[in-house]
Write a protein that binds this ligand. Sequence first.
Ligand SMILES: [Zn+2]
Length: 126
Amino acid sequence: MAWRFITHACGHQERINVDGPYVIVEQRVRKAEQSLCAACIGNVSRQDNRMDGFCALWGSKTQCDRAEPIRRRVLNQVDILAAHARIEDRDAFAELRKQVLRRDDAAWWIEHRNDAVNILAQDIEL
Ligand SMILES: [Zn+2]
């Protein structure tokens, strides 16, 4: 196997596999040089989470990766429901939104990927 050290757009270096046809390898190298390294991509998505108000997820990396899009989808659902809610229900939806942001158990999100809104809503009597 042949390897080459490349420098990502963020300045971090990575050793990448340069086996294969020249054109493909050059594409792979160029793509890597134009993108952030894996660690920096992780940092960026964690920063996005902090900006949106999400807490850090608790669980294995695989669980967290699966849970992340689920809770983002659920937050979207809550925002859409809240936008159509009656004025007197607005506080309850604000509370529901907080519960979504605070729920930090990745396994819980995976288990409740289809009914998260209902389960959380039960606790706050919407
Ligand atoms: Zn980096």
